[in-house]
Design a protein around this ligand. Sequence first.
Ligand code: SAH
Length: 356
Amino acid sequence: MTEEVLSLIRKLCDAQPLTEDEYAALIDGYSPESAALLAGEARKARARVYGDTVYLRGLIEISNICRNDCLYCGIRRSNRTCARYRLTPEEILRCTDEGYRLGFRTFVLQGGEDAFFTDEVLCPLIRQIKQAHPDCAVTLSLGERSMESYRRLKEAGADRYLLRHETADEAHYRLLHPPEMSWQHRMDCLRALRSLGYQVGCGFMVGSPGQTSRMLARDLRFIASFRPEMCGIGPFIPHHATPFRDEPAGSVALTCYLLSILRLTDPTMLLPATTALGTLQPDGRELGLLAGANVVMPNLSPTPVRSKYELYDNKICTGEESAQCHACLEARIASVGLRAVVSRGDVRRDTGEAAV
Ligand code: SAH
């Protein structure tokens, strides 16, 4: 590890903002030694805010029907080989009921941009979930919608919204998406969500085609200034029926390194150890937790549809029941000395006190 990298790590630990150039130098300075040092500091920073707790989110993949054609994604519109499905509101409610029994207090409704899920369908559904389980948070991850729609969903009771920005570099965004999608619009959506009072999650893939350390530095700068409550990052994994089928997957080690940098950039941020990490490497999510992540999202989708929500090849947990997924992840969390808790798991920004 060079003196320069060491001093950048010290600066991060002292909560001093890094410039884009400094983030780029830190990323280029990756080594097993700098990664271990950063991970140790990230764990300390997490402990100060969250103690040894890890938050669970029950993920319900409500539809794989999508009007978009993102070049990396297995459920893109042009993939004719994808067996499409959508859950009914009743099926979704059964998932949340089961999840509640298992101890989940946050439900994440994620899906493609499916025209079936209008505000008229979603608002009553969100109200029903909140009525049945008033102590739960509802998170949506349903892509780009109008400001008016985001407003209605918020009024219906949605608490949080996940919308990965995918890349903070506009030219890189164009490389990953069809011409009709725009980086500006994606960013406008994030700002709209923030102004409506949602707890907002953004995020990006690590190792997506065309990505450079400069672009990653731009992602980190964007996150440092936008200060989302949550940030989801995971390695890019190719899907066999997309234009990126022959591109190499991203790296677990670099994803973990970035998780540590994010934890130190904002110690209060909610950072999931993603399924994509666990897909590339059997202990990938444990490594994510050891690098500073504090959220895991076990799958609550009905088992028969799980393999159909195939964003990338070899996605794990597709053959399991929700209870199995829950138990498996609790054991993985315990194996790295942390504790899964039954709570909504809101961001801890109001106080500087450690979680109990
Ligand atoms: N339609 C919603 C949900 C998208 S799926 C939306 O637009 O937000 C959630 C995330 O999975 C995406 O934001 C993307 O970052 C990630 N993803 C998609 N394809 C992937 C792939 N091939 N490898 C890794 N992550 C992928």
